[in-house]
Design a protein around this ligand. Structure first.
Ligand SMILES: *Cc1c(COP(=O)(O)O)cnc(C)c1O
Length: 445
């Protein structure tokens, strides 16, 4: 296979035995949305695994997703046949590697509807993308300026802004959430949270704990009305919702490769080109400069200005294949399947006495992560005990604060257990989860 720029996504689609939208109906999918989950599962060999004597029920996709053969094969093909450094190589392999790396960028740009590939910056992960924003947007900030985040943020969208506030003297302010885990816009308005002092608003599109889908376009309009820049943490959203950055309203959008069936070691920051062109560099090094003199340097144009040193080349190839794979399945159908599985899970979990769901209990405007606490007798079972008991029955979930401590504090708890779903999640895995939870509850009662 050639690693030419345009064929990565096509190649991924070919690799993936996934269906095209027209074929869906014909496959007679069980859940009425033209989506045969067992067909998809064939693309993910790891899902055939057992854990002990149980079939694996992988319900930790919000932590990291599994990878289809198409992605693994694209990375393997790159290393086995095209490996070289990018941009500076004066030979055939170097040209192929550069084309493959830039091809990954083009596939990602297509996947999110970017106006041009140069708007896609590759980083190490979403955390680095958000740090890039927190460094490059805050140079002119000082006392009296405000940055607004929400209490449902992942630590990656809190700590970089806290550090920026320490550096600049700006103040960090917070959107609260309602009892049912929605952003409390009424309270924000009453408090004048977004005002003429607001310079940056940075919130998550989909909560990694509550599953809440936030009204991004409305938030962006609030930010823009006062001249603030809108940053979006789309780490949980881009993997599961159709995304068009040109209509979202956000100025900068961060997400991470490993949660969208891509490899670890690569993240993305999308930005409007005119905004990116105004921003100073983040990290310094090779590849991001134009001219280096002893007296100072000038910098390359975006996206390379923000990509210091040898970039994650094979990871970009893998991420391009991942975007191609998801596009071949169809993001509308990924979202519909996720909603159907989440509805089924909410129903199953709510049938357990003493189980309390954090966040929205209706599958509307809700992503595929469900966090909960579980009572046995008169006390909550510790999420670490739950995770361990579930693992012993083949069910992989996460227990802890899920990098969202302020949110857990807001709900008056230390930690929770989270089950999270993706395009390959089957209803029988939800049944396995519910059975294992009932067993755990009985054991601790
Ligand atoms: C996972 C996640 C991040 C961080 O992603 P990394 O790949 O660990 O940098 C940030 N925000 C949200 C909402 C996440 O779910």
């Amino acid at each position: 296979m050639s690693a030419g720029t345009h064929d990565l996504a096509d190649a991924a689609a070919e690799f993936g035995r996934s269906i095209d939208p027209d074929q869906g109906a014909e496959l007679g999918a069980g859940d009425g949305i033209g989506f045969d989950v067992d067909f998809i599962r064939n693309d993910f060999p790891i899902l055939q695994r057992t854990v002990g004597s149980y079939p694996l029920a992988y319900l930790d996709s919000a932590n990291t997703s599994q990878k289809p053969s198409a992605v693994v094969e694209a990375i393997e093909d790159h290393y086995l046949n095209h490996n070289a450094n990018v941009a500076r190589a004066m030979h055939t392999l170097g040209a192929e590697a550069t084309a493959a790396y830039e091809g990954g960028r083009e596939a990602v740009a297509r996947f999110i509807g970017a106006a041009q590939p140069a708007e896609v910056i590759f980083t190490k992960n979403a955390s680095e993308a958000l740090n890039l924003c927190a460094h490059t947007l805050t140079g002119g900030l000082g006392e009296g300026d405000e940055i607004v985040v929400s209490v449902m943020e992942h630590h990656s969208n809190i700590v970089p802004w806290q550090l920026a506030c320490e550096r600049t003297g700006a103040t960090l302010r917070w959107f609260d959430v309602t009892e049912d885990g929605r952003l409390d816009l009424a309270k924000a308005e009453a408090e004048g949270l977004i005002n003429e002092r607001t310079k940056i608003v940075s919130v998550t599109w989909v909560s990694n704990v509550l599953g809440t889908v936030n009204p991004v376009t409305e938030l962006a309009a609030l930010a823009h009305r006062v001249g603030a820049t809108m940053v979006l943490d789309a780490s949980q959203a881009v993997p599961q919702l159709p995304t068009d950055v040109t209509t979202l309203g956000a100025d900068l959008v961060a997400f991470t490769g490993h949660k969208m069936v891509g490899p670890t070691g690569i993240g993305v920051l999308w930005g409007r080109y005119d905004l990116l062109a105004e921003l100073p560099p983040f990290l310094g090094g090779g590849e991001m400069i134009e001219i280096v003199r002893m007296t100072g340097s000038t910098f390359a144009a975006p996206p390379h200005r923000f990509e210091a040193g040898t970039p994650p080349i094979a990871q970009a190839v893998g991420l391009g294949a991942a975007a191609g794979y998801l596009q071949a399945v169809g993001m509308e159908r990924v979202a519909a399947h996720e909603q159907e599985i989440t509805r089924y899970a909410l129903e199953g979990l709510q049938s357990i006495d003493g189980l309390r769901i954090l966040g929205p209990t209706e599958p509307v405007d809700r992503g595929g992560a469900v966090s909960f606490t579980l009572r046995a007798g008169s006390t909550d079972v510790h999420p670490h005990d739950i995770a361990q008991f579930l693992d012993a029955r083949g069910v992989a979930v996460r227990g802890g604060h899920h990098c969202a401590r302020p949110l857990h504090e807001r709900f008056g708890i230390q930690s929770s257990t989270r089950a999270s779903f993706y395009l390959y999640t089957a209803k029988r895995e939800i049944d396995q989860l519910v059975d294992a939870l009932l067993y755990t509850q009985k054991f601790f009662s």
